[in-house]
Design a protein around this ligand. Structure first.
Ligand code: UD1
Ligand code: UDP
Length: 379
């Protein structure tokens, strides 16, 4: 640890779009306190345009180090080995007091491992999410579990996440209940919900999970087509993930439908506007499951398991799986039954209050012996 007169050197490592959304507000907050923190930003570049859109485009965060590892159709082994290889010299050169990583991507696994190989402390943002199914979501559940083993400071977003960590033997002192920085980001850009009152009702859809590639994604696309046919007053807006395996299915099944807008990924601000204007959201995204409840928009989760039960408990999200009939039935109910729709369309904030970054900053100071423990996040 440096003398208490010098700032702590913090090195966040970011790789993909969701990490960017959840880390950029924290990075900006740490940078605004130069007496306490010196921030060196490294990106693996696991994503490219989707990463830069959010980091640079939406939040103005520039990189000190960029490994630029992305290749088309990359394998998990390629991401892990290229990130590990590239991070070692950066950590040796910069010698940070603490490395920060976020979530459950392969970048976070490589970041935690690279830090521990240099015996540098690792802080895990969004720690403790679990489905308890080793291969669902894949490889995210593996990434989370392994990262927990290496982590020194666990920034858990919810009480459930704290419980999951304790159950796996993580010491109480190493866990901070901070809330999720996804809500810090959202509150920085969100306006009031502006659901359209005239014109077509928009169903906003995102889908990209590796375990949904193939038959489940085909089912999802066919179900979306069924929904459009059954409800002529609806349109689908679908910012497509750039993964070729995702695009091939979506374009083949939905590409010719006049009320299906298959568009490029949106930058974060336009995407938040699209959520605010949506009647209903169908998604397999983790981040969108956290954002939609805050905006009071019903979400149907296109997955068999979720590590985010809080939205389901709050009544704004439903886990519906990837079977064609189940998706059509769940969407039909919300599109034809106002009571069912209204019961899901209230705002709930189980994931954060916009102050999670402040708690994480305070937790880092507490860990370094430079301040009191932050107060827990209360939903
Ligand atoms: C990754 C994460 C997943 C996260 C998701 C968020 C892993 C293993 N997976 O999945 O947890 O939910 O990001 O979106 O860490 N591509 C581009 N440009 C981009 C991004 C991706 O062209 O900006 C294409 C490339 O062909 C790339 C492919 O998409 O090879 C897949 O990207 P990858 O990061 O391996 O997996 P994701 O499905 O994006
Ligand atoms: N998002 C975005 N543009 C889009 C789709 C999503 O900015 O076209 C944002 C969304 O608001 C959320 C994050 O990306 O904050 C979620 O990322 P993604 O779904 O790729 O990953 P996951 O959360 O599933 O890991």
């Amino acid at each position: 640890m440096p003398p208490s007169s010098s700032p702590l050197v913090v090195l966040p490592i970011v790789g993909t779009r969701p990490e960017a959304v959840k880390m950029a507000p924290l990075i900006n907050l740490l940078k605004a306190r130069p007496d306490e923190f010196k921030v060196i930003v490294a990106v693996t570049g696991q994503h490219r345009e989707m990463l830069d859109q959010v980091m640079i485009g939406a939040f103005g965060v520039h990189y000190d180090h960029d490994l630029a590892i992305m290749t088309q159709g990359q394998s998990l082994t390629q991401i892990t080995t290229r990130a590990l290889d590239g991070l070692e010299p950066i950590l040796k050169q910069e010698k940070p007091d603490i490395v920060l990583g976020q979530g459950d991507t392969t970048t976070v696994l490589a970041a935690s491992l690279a830090a521990s190989y240099q015996k540098i402390a690792f802080g895990h943002v969004e720690a403790g999410l679990r489905t308890d199914n080793k291969f669902d979501p894949f490889p995210e559940e593996l990434n989370r579990r392994l990262t927990t083993q290496i982590t020194d400071l666990h920034f858990a977003p919810t009480p459930q996440a704290v419980e999951n960590l304790k159950r796996e033997g993580v010491r109480d002192e190493a866990i901070y209940l901070t809330g999720n920085t996804v809500i810090d980001a959202l509150l920085q850009v969100s306006k009031q919900r502006e659901a359209a009152t005239e014109g077509l009702k928009t169903i906003l859809v995102t889908t990209h999970r590796r375990e949904n590639l193939g038959a489940p994604l085909e089912n999802i696309a066919l179900a979306l087509r069924d929904i459009l046919e059954k409800f002529p007053e609806t349109q689908i807006v679908l910012p497509m993930h750039p993964n070729p395996a995702v695009r091939e299915v979506l374009l083949r099944v939905l590409g010719d439908h006049p009320r299906a807008q298959l568009i490029e990924p949106l930058d974060y601000l336009p995407f938040v506007r699209a959520m605010e204007g949506a009647h209903l959201i169908l998604t397999d995204s983790g981040g969108v499951q956290e954002e939609a409840p805050s905006l009071g928009i019903p979400v149907l989760v296109l997955r068999r398991t979720t590590e985010r039960p809080e939205g389901v408990t709050a009544g704004t999200a439903r886990l519906i799986g990837t079977e064609r009939e189940d998706i059509v039935e769940a969407a039909s109910q919300l599109l034809s039954d106002a009571g069912a729709y209204n019961s899901m369309s209230h705002a709930a904030n189980p994931y954060g209050d916009g102050k999670s970054g402040e708690r994480i900053a305070q937790a880092i100071l507490h860990w370094a012996g430079r301040g009191p423990r932050p107060q827990d996040f209360v939903a």
